[in-house]
Design a protein around this ligand. Structure first.
Ligand SMILES: *Cc1c(COP(=O)(O)O)cnc(C)c1O
Ligand code: SF4
Length: 334
């Protein structure tokens, strides 16, 4: 069945096709992009809008959950379809991009909300817009006085790096900082072409961060994560978030426990350079926002001013926090 007949069929780019090892259906790339029977598992916990985008959408194309920043989603198209996509239904069914009028309305919403410090372009993938559409949006945002920072979330540099060209990047240069957050889940995704596309961004003044989804059978092992985060830093991309896999319908086979995620993070601490460490994040279902979910090294004790602190080797130390309470501080001075 073609993608048109069945939106949940697979969509690949030539680059991803090359990376998929035909003889290894369990390869970390194949698992991310090839449909699996497990997608039909009925998991009562899963949902179509796992992080409540709709509840916080004042109008088409905008999700405004936090006070100082919002998402602007001009398109739901992606170059390739990640099977675990948290906007799977919208992306796979290729929900319509914003019409010119809807885009004007969305930009007006941002203009009317002076508290919006940052606009995050996402979707779908903003780099699937035509160059002129993307440039127009970035320029419009650049002109809104209270918008200080523009951010683009994308997977195009990974799955279709040929779309990232010097002329495109040069025409995206605006006065305001434009950050690129690339979605990357395995070191094997960072081929030479991909690294060159990222270098184009960075050499032209666009700082890069990464986000990774914790995925069973793809990257749920400390060594795999260490290789990924080192490769990112070697590409000058700062690992930003490690996302716990959302409660996406059809993706339960990708989900690990939170405990497993914490154990992986624990294995990185101390053994891997601090600049390689992302923050492990849960996007709370129904739209309550993202929060770090550990692991936690600071353990409360029954004492008001003593903590137990675990070091990266697992040894526990006492820490006296004399600032914990004025009463205790005075007591200690006496
Ligand atoms: C993830 C997300 C953001 C960005 O969150 P940061 O923690 O700033 O990276 C903003 N708005 C919405 C609705 C989001 O889901
Ligand atoms: S790139 Fe992002 S939005 Fe697009 S299919 Fe993958 S996870 Fe979904």
């Amino acid at each position: 069945m073609s993608t048109i007949d069945n939106p949940f069929a697979c969509k690949l780019t030539p680059h991803i096709q090359e990376l998929i090892d035909a003889s290894d259906a369990k390869s970390p790339i194949a698992r991310q992009f090839m449909p699996s029977d497990h997608e039909h598992i009925n998991d009562a916990q899963s949902r179509e809008d796992p992080i409540g985008d709709e509840r916080f959408s004042p109008m088409k194309g905008i999700t405004h959950r936090y006070p100082d920043r919002l998402l602007l989603k001009p398109t739901y198209t992606c170059a390739a379809h990640c099977r675990f996509c948290f906007r799977r239904k919208k992306v796979f069914e290729q929900q319509k991009a914003l019409s010119p009028d809807e885009l004007i309305a969305a930009l007006n919403y941002i203009r009317e909300h002076a508290e919006i410090w940052e606009v995050i372009l996402t979707g779908g993938d903003p780099f699937m817009l035509s160059a002129s559409q993307l440039i127009d949006i970035v320029k419009a945002l650049n002109e809104i006085e209270h918008v200080a920072v523009i951010r683009i979330h994308t997977r195009v540099p990974i799955v279709a790096s040929e779309k990232i060209t010097l002329p495109l990047i040069q025409s995206l240069k605006v006065d305001k900082p434009l950050y690129i957050v690339v979605h990357c889940n395995h070191a094997r995704e960072l081929t030479e072409d991909v690294r060159q596309a990222c270098a184009l961004f960075i050499d032209n003044g666009f700082p890069m961060l990464s986000q990774t989804v914790l995925l069973k059978g793809v990257n749920n092992a400390p060594d795999t994560m260490i290789a990924l985060f080192r490769a990112l830093i070697q590409t000058r991309i700062k690992p930003y978030y490690l996302h716990h896999c959302d409660l996406v319908k059809g993706a339960s086979h990708f989900r690990t426990s939170i405990k497993e995620g914490q154990e992986i993070m624990r294995a990185l601490r101390g053994h891997l350079s601090g600049i390689c460490q992302p923050v492990y994040i849960l996007d709370i279902p129904e739209g309550f926002g993202k929060v770090p979910i550990g692991p936690n090294y600071l353990i409360e004790t029954t004492s008001e001013f003593e903590y137990h602190i675990e070091d990266f080797r697992g040894n526990v130390h006492s820490y006296i926090d004399k600032h914990a309470s004025k009463k205790n501080l005075l007591g200690m001075l006496e």
